[in-house]
Design a protein around this ligand. Structure first.
Ligand SMILES: C[S@@+](CC[C@H](N)C(=O)[O-])C[C@H]1O[C@@H](n2cnc3c(N)ncnc32)[C@H](O)[C@@H]1O
Length: 274
């Protein structure tokens, strides 16, 4: 599947997810759990303290696989950019952290998600928040303009991750921080998983191998690269995902067990030389 097709499929899928969230339902990173049990990737990511800071609708629209705002260092007055901001949960939480002298941008390519995010911004009464329409491969912000880049389960969806990381590097100020939650893999992954479109839009098939993520960040110019696993998925966790894509989870259990994880990925753009 080419880059344009991936983008269109992702846009369509998340457009539908935004409409579901607006009507009160949500689902995990692309898949839905028919068992009624909590989805292992997206459930229970935020604590009660964070939930109390933002409208319930923003919390319900969460489609991430981590909690970058809990792990990232954010200071008052800083500018934060969330790549693939969805319903706006991490932008609204970041806006609280950077305060009225700071600014939180969300960037998303899906109109329905932007509409949902702007509704949530209104409900939150947030004034230091702006949602931008655009692609994470072509960030509509100037060079050296952002202190911290966050993102939650989005970079794995891009067909050109190296370009996303180069763009992240470009817009960060010298010394700026990359602090992202994403799904990553470790070890060989079966070709039928890598090739599944459904698993791609479900944040699985497009996931980078941890070593590859590290290499791509370094190639973009980043330093102090670190990947910290936050959840490691077992074959049983992947059953629903795989079944949706017509793959028999039990048959391939040994090849998926422990190979997919959510990770917190951090890196720093080198400070300017004196
Ligand atoms: C899995 S959802 C995550 C949303 C949000 N970060 C959260 O935690 O709830 C992925 C989001 O990224 C957006 N997205 C995916 N690929 C993108 C791209 N190449 N450029 C801009 N937005 C993208 C989708 O429209 C969707 O809103």
């Amino acid at each position: 599947m080419g880059e344009t097709n991936i983008k269109e499929t992702v846009r369509e899928k998340y457009g539908q997810a935004a409409l579901r969230a607006q009507s009160g339902g949500s689902s995990c990173c692309g898949a839905s759990t028919s068992c009624g049990c909590p989805d292992p990737i997206t459930s229970n990511l935020y604590d009660a303290n964070q939930a109390n800071q933002i409208p319930e609708e923003a919390m319900l629209a969460s489609l991430g696989c981590g909690n970058p705002t809990a792990l990232a260092k954010l200071n008052a007055g800083e500018t934060v950019l969330d790549l693939g901001s969805g319903g706006g949960i991490d932008v609204l939480l970041s806006a609280k952290r950077v305060g009225p002298t700071g600014k939180a941008y969300g960037l998303d390519m899906t109109d329905e998600m932007l509409a949902l995010a702007n509704e949530n911004k209104k409900k939150a009464g947030a004034e230091n928040v702006e949602f931008l329409r655009g692609e994470i491969e072509h960030i509509p912000l100037p060079d050296n303009s952002v202190d911290v880049i966050i993102s939650n389960c989005v970079i794995n969806l891009s067909a050109d991750k190296a370009q996303v990381l180069r763009e992240a590097f470009r817009v960060l100020k010298p010394g700026g921080r990359f602090a992202v939650s994403d799904v990553v893999t470790r070890g060989e992954i079966l070709p039928e998983i890598r090739e599944s479109v459904l698993l791609w839009v479900g944040c699985v098939a497009g996931a980078l191998d941890a070593a590859d993520y590290r290499n791509k960040l370094q190639a973009a110019g980043f330093e102090q690269v670190d990947l910290e696993p936050t959840r490691i998925y077992r074959a049983a966790d992947a059953r629903e995902f795989l079944a949706t894509a017509g793959i028999d989870a039990d048959a391939i259990a040994p090849q998926v067990d422990g190979k997919f994880m959510s990770a917190f990925v951090r890196a720093v753009k080198p400070a300017a030389k004196e």
